[in-house]
Design a protein around this ligand. Structure first.
Ligand code: S3P
Length: 190
């Protein structure tokens, strides 16, 4: 049975994949709804690496949820926490990191990602309509999705950044397909 990109996996074998040579971390980027968290979790499990979700880590450190941070302290404050947390996660080894959708919009974050050695950045791509539909189905509160027209503008603005910072682009229907595609690309077979 295949896992829809945003459903959590039910059962997955552990450490079935060969760790890509020369890499210490795999970073997943893409807009909201691209499946970064689901794919990242599965990928980490197959590699026997740790999975780190940037939003969860921000929430853990702040002791507040992302929507709370946006509502109480504003987006700029959230972006500062996001960059500080990104720096710290990029210092870890043998990790798969799922970024938040807005990370590549900040020049400083793009430079950080480009300059961190032994790091593969992978873009999980999909059309805007598909992403929005997945997010709606998922039902998670996302402040940035409150206004769909503004979200569409953000998507258009970010798309070239997702593409430019990534060494690999994946466009798959299911999480399992995405994991397979990432591993193939990183092994140079994709
Ligand atoms: C955001 C995406 C969210 C989260 C925050 C802002 C964005 O992460 O970081 O709500 O600006 O696109 P996901 O992409 O994991 O939903």
């Amino acid at each position: 049975m295949s896992t829809a990109v945003l459903d959590m996996p039910t059962s997955t074998p552990t450490r079935t994949a060969i760790v890509p040579i020369g890499l210490d971390r795999i970073v997943l980027t893409g807009f909201m709804g691209s499946g970064k968290t689901t794919v990242g979790g599965l990928l980490a499990e197959q590699l026997g690496w740790r999975f780190l979700d940037l939003d969860h880590e921000i929430e853990r450190r702040a002791g507040r949820t992302v929507p709370q941070i946006f509502a109480e302290s504003g987006e700029q404050h959230f972006r500062r926490l996001e960059t500080a947390t990104l720096v710290s996660l990029l210092g870890q080894r043998r990790v798969v990191i799922a970024l938040g959708g807005g990370v590549p919009e900040e020049l400083g974050n793009r430079l950080l990602l480009e300059q961190t050695p032994r790091t593969a950045v992978v873009y999980l791509a999909a059309e805007f309509a598909t992403l929005i539909e997945r997010c709606r189905k998922q039902g998670i509160e996302r402040p940035v999705l409150a206004d769909e027209a503004i979200a569409a503008e953000r998507f258009a603005r970010r798309k070239p950044h997702y593409e430019r910072i990534s060494g690999h682009r994946i466009e798959s229907e299911t999480a399992e397909e995405s994991v397979r595609a990432v591993l193939e690309k990183l092994a140079g077979r994709g």
